[in-house]
Design a protein around this ligand. Structure first.
Ligand code: CDP
Ligand code: MG
Length: 734
């Protein structure tokens, strides 16, 4: 109540202070038209008039509307460091003036679509408003989903700080393998996948009074499935409030799907952004990005830089290149803080991107598309956009999934550019030609239409939803993809020939991992090697972040890596690394000496502990194969028999579909080239690479997947016979 009263008072003061705050920012950053146009020639074209996501006079309109003609700058006496000042900053976000309107709309409508520019305060403020309004009384929770782990963590940390509680108490988050909540938690941020899993334990989500499905425009697979499930529970839980929050994209579609739910628009704050295209295509966009960063740093007015790249590897390389060149330039240039952000970055490093830039220095944040809409970093004036992103792509015919670097959509490019215009007029440097924009898709395809559905189908079956064809999808997945998912689950033994969940399938659904991985884990029971398999599963889950390979010590690092090689393949190498680490008492020093990333190991250890707990729950006894690698590799094969490749005269081919694939050069089997391989994943960069491979004996395939492989499939590569189609026909699967 005290808090609430103070809020009301603050609301009075807010407008004036808001003006002051904005003016301070403007003084620091605003570039007059002339100087904004200065320089940056070379590889770029001059920006065209009126380009950019916001028309120029929109800024004026915004200022009139929000700052008001009559409001003048007057001191509220608050300054940085004061607690009220901090609060005022939060309360000066674009959403704040609409606090009361929003709350009354929520009380009137069960389902509300909320549309607002990125950074307007949807994620951090709206759950707080509802909390202040009493939506959590009676021990109920407000849940807010995020498509990305990093966002769930960083946003909840921010909200905990704003409310003044310790993260994990009243405000918490859950992501896969990490639960930072307590029985006291009432504001719960989580990944969309975690909320989906909560349906398994609480099918009506009765513990929640409000569910906010945030970043709805991202249209991740899990978010799309949540739409259908939540629409359903909302029907028989009239007191449940549902908020669908989205950046300014596609909101009409959400409204239509949710039976014409009203759309609440939060007017945005967006300044004009000049857009520069390159004169010619860039062959090496990392190099071009690095040069552009330095060019901005040396010649342009203060303001931070945001660079969009496709993934961890690119980001690390670019950060190293930047640091390297800054070191060489030494004191000739002002300080440049180089900060990476990507999904696997440890949370203490993630937090750094939000720290204010010290005076005289400049910050450059090198990010994946997580910074497109999920995270807002204040102070960005310059955006560098090579125009690419990494996407999962799925071939519904072969069932092969791979990660591909491809041009991003025009909608993404627009969002990226918009990041430069939050605090003042900005500039966006696109490392592609204006012509190239015509090559881009308008929006990206929803994930549900380009991914393997095995995981989701297993989950829905566990929830008793059998008729998947008639599930309420916003955009239905391709029919073949659904059928293929059913076939795969059948081959894994999770479904019977009627398409019903088996006992194995029920246990598989208990594990928060993909069906092949959970099958591998459960198969370890039979092969009596759960100790080893758990370690392998945990190590695989930290995605290629085990070995550290700094640019200036490549040879040392590669030697260190090769020292871990053992027969059998990469899974066994990972097991070896982990075992040695355990033997030396989880030592940091040991990691350092062996070019192993300590943080990844710590994470693998956490994941392993979680999995161990889950196995206990489904009563799998932990046994060790005591050095028998055949048992371990058989368990892997039992889960991943779909991912089999065989060496032919023309290199490796996948067994069922004869697609050419290559062993990744970092693999321990790169030189051995065994006849039969199982791979963990396919990654398409320059070629279709198999990452994390083990050597198997083809006879194991008949043992672990008798209804998928026939001995004819496995005849020697020399013979001309093609493998036949999968054993079971589609009609049998219901
Ligand atoms: O969800 P939406 O994009 O509408 O905005 P938000 O994430 O709620 O962000 C509102 C404000 O909080 C922005 O100005 C962010 O910069 C700030 N914020 C922050 O400073 N640190 C965080 N970890 C998260 C948000
Ligand atoms: Mg948000």
């Amino acid at each position: 109540l005290e808090h609430k009263r103070r809020l009301r008072d603050l609301a009075q003061e807010y407008k004036q202070a808001g003006v002051q705050e904005r003016e301070e920012k403007s003084n620091r950053y605003y570039m007059p038209e002339e100087s904004r146009r200065k320089k940056i020639p070379d590889r770029y074209e001059e920006p065209g008039e009126g380009e950019g996501p916001a028309p120029r006079d929109e800024q004026r309109r915004w200022e009139e509307q929000h700052l008001g003609a009559g409001l003048s700058r007057s001191g509220s006496g608050a300054k940085a460091g004061d607690e009220p000042y901090q609060l005022l900053l939060e309360r000066s976000l674009p959403v704040f003036p609409y606090r009361e309107d929003l709350l009354s709309a929520v009380s009137k409508h069960q389902i509300l679509i909320i549309e607002g520019e990125t950074g307007s305060g949807k994620t951090t403020q709206i759950p707080q408003y509802l909390y202040e309004e009493g939506y959590t009384s009676g021990g109920l929770k407000i849940g807010c989903t995020q498509p990305r782990r990093v966002a769930a963590m960083s946003v909840s940390a921010r909200v905990a700080e704003e409310i003044g509680v310790k993260l994990g108490n009243e405000v918490g988050y859950t992501i896969r393998f990490e639960d930072c909540t307590s029985p006291r938690t009432v504001l719960k941020y989580m990944t969309d996948g975690m909320l989906l899993r909560e349906f398994l334990t609480e099918p009506d989500l009765g513990g929640y009074s409000v569910l906010m499905i945030d970043e709805a425009h991202e249209r991740t697979l899990h978010t799309d499935i949540l739409f259908g499930l939540i629409k359903d529970i909302a029907r028989f839980r009239p007191e449940l409030k549902v908020l669908i929050a989205s950046a300014t994209l596609d909101t009409q579609k959400f409204s239509t799907f949710f039976d014409e739910a009203p759309i609440f628009r939060i007017p945005g704050r967006r300044f004009p952004v000049d857009i520069y295209y390159t004169k010619a295509p860039e062959a090496d966009y990392l190099e071009a990005a690095v040069v552009s960063v330095l060019q901005i740093h040396v010649t342009q007015a203060p303001g931070d830089i945001l660079v969009f790249l496709t993934g961890q590897e690119e980001i690390e390389t670019t950060c190293e290149m930047l640091q390297d060149r800054c070191r060489r330039l030494g004191s000739k240039i002002a300080e440049l803080l180089v900060l990476p952000i990507y999904a696997n970055l440890p949370s203490d490093m993630q937090a750094k991107i939000f720290l204010p830039t010290p005076p005289g220095a400049r910050k450059v944040v090198v990010a994946t598309n997580i910074a497109e809409t999920s995270l807002t970093i204040d102070g960005i004036i310059y955006v560098i956009d090579p125009g690419f992103c990494k996407q999962k792509s799925y071939n519904a015919r072969t069932g092969m999934e791979s990660l591909i670097v491809m041009p991003c959509s025009r909608a993404s490019a627009n969002q990226r550019a918009g990041r430069a215009g939050r605090v003042s007029a900005g500039r966006c440097f696109r490392l592609y030609t204006a012509w190239f924009t015509h090559e881009m898709e308008e929006t990206s395809v929803p994930e549900i239409q380009r991914t393997n559905l095995g995981n989701v189908v297993l989950l829905l079956k566990s929830l008793g939803i059998n008729d998947l064809i008639h599930f309420d999808f916003m955009d239905p997945p391709p029919h073949e993809t659904l059928v293929l998912a059913l076939e795969q689950l059948y081959a894994l033994g999770a479904l019977n020939h009627l398409g019903e969940l088996t006992k194995l399938g029920r246990r598989m659904a208990e594990l928060p991992v993909d069906p092949m991985l959970s099958k591998m884990i459960l198969a370890s029971e039979k092969y009596q090697c759960s100790e080893e398999i758990l370690t392998i599963a945990a190590m695989l889950s930290v995605n290629n972040a085990i070995f550290y390979r700094p640019k200036d010590k490549v040879v040392h690092a590669d030697n260190a890596r090769m020292n871990f090689f053992v027969p059998g393949g990469d899974h066994m190498v990972l097991l070896n690394v982990y075992t040695q680490w355990v033997e030396c008492g989880y030592s940091t020093q040991w990691c350092y000496e062996n070019f192993i990333q300590y943080r990844s190991m710590r994470r693998a250890r956490d994941v392993r502990e979680q999995l161990e707990g889950l196995l206990e729950r489904i009563e799998v006894e932990l046994r060790s194969a005591a050095g028998d690698t055949v048992l371990v590799r058989k368990a892997v094969t039992a889960g991943f028999f779909y991912h089999t490749a065989r060496l032919t005269r023309s290199g490796y081919k996948t067994v069922k579909h004869q697609q050419g694939v290559f062993v990744h050069p970092n693999s321990s089997l790169f030189e051995t080239q065994p006849r039969w391989l199982i791979y963990h994943e396919l990654v398409f960069t320059t070629k279709e690479f198999m990452r994390q491979v083990i050597e198997i004996d083809s006879a194991w395939l008949l043992e672990v997947a008798p209804h998928y492989y026939r001995s004819r499939d496995l005849e020697d590569a020399g013979s001309k016979k093609m493998p036949r189609k999968p054993g079971k026909s589609r009609e049998d699967l219901g």
